[in-house]
Design a protein around this ligand. Sequence first.
Ligand code: FES
Length: 120
Amino acid sequence: MGWVDAIAQSDLPDGSREVVELGGHSILLIHEGDRIYAVASACPHMGAPLEKGTIRDGTIVCYRHHSAFDLETGDVQEWSPWPPVVGPVVLSRMSRKKVLPVYATKVEEGRIWVDLPDTP
Ligand code: FES
């Protein structure tokens, strides 16, 4: 699919996040300092909305079972560590460990663009 116009830069001020639907993908845009991240909006563990997550040291932590993903690469930093015992022993096995899809972004002429793959 390639580069897709997502949102006006002014609609995503520093510290904010926004979910947009683009070409069959639900994308969470995050503006943190000088970075604009675009990641899948659903947690790869059990689908919780990541816009409710916490951003910490370059990762996003899902509010539900605290899985953590690198915002740059999507790599799993932690997989379902919450709640204690039940999270790591039971819930972590309900879904295979999966990276968070991440997408390249760019800003041109006051618009944020996201580089999307061909298939959702
Ligand atoms: S749904 Fe996100 S960690 Fe379980």
